[in-house]
Design a protein around this ligand. Sequence first.
Ligand SMILES: [Zn+2]
Length: 158
Amino acid sequence: MEIKFIADNNVGKLAKWLRVVGYDTLLFKEKDDVKMIEIAFSEGRAILTKDAQIIKRRLVTDGKLKAILIRHDDPKAQLRETVKTLNLNYHFRPFSLCLECNQMLIPRSKEEVQDLVPTHVFKTQEQYMECPSCHRIYWQGTHWQAMARELRELAQRH
Ligand SMILES: [Zn+2]
């Protein structure tokens, strides 16, 4: 079974990076720890948090719930920490999830996105993906390439 996460709001940028790599990661934006733990438990998600109190919860100490205490402040260091702790893969399923909604992206043909992307993008890019939730269109432009390069660098240092 693939590992899924719920990220506490104190590690929001880590959630985004995990989505870049392709790991299903909910971002919990509320303050109510009990609710976050309930969601984690019912959906089988591992908790990522900087809050040491959560790690001490009974469900976690009993081993019924996985929770990872994140120590670093820098999001990329946090990603490295998470990958290392859980033996994850930097090349798991890159750019398959919407970075905003955590939804699985759907491939779209060039024709389908013609009116939805800037002309210079349409002229240079062949492959497109769409988020079924927010309808954001993704393509492998410079931003995407920069993130891919950062992942490669992280993987090499690993
Ligand atoms: Zn989306």
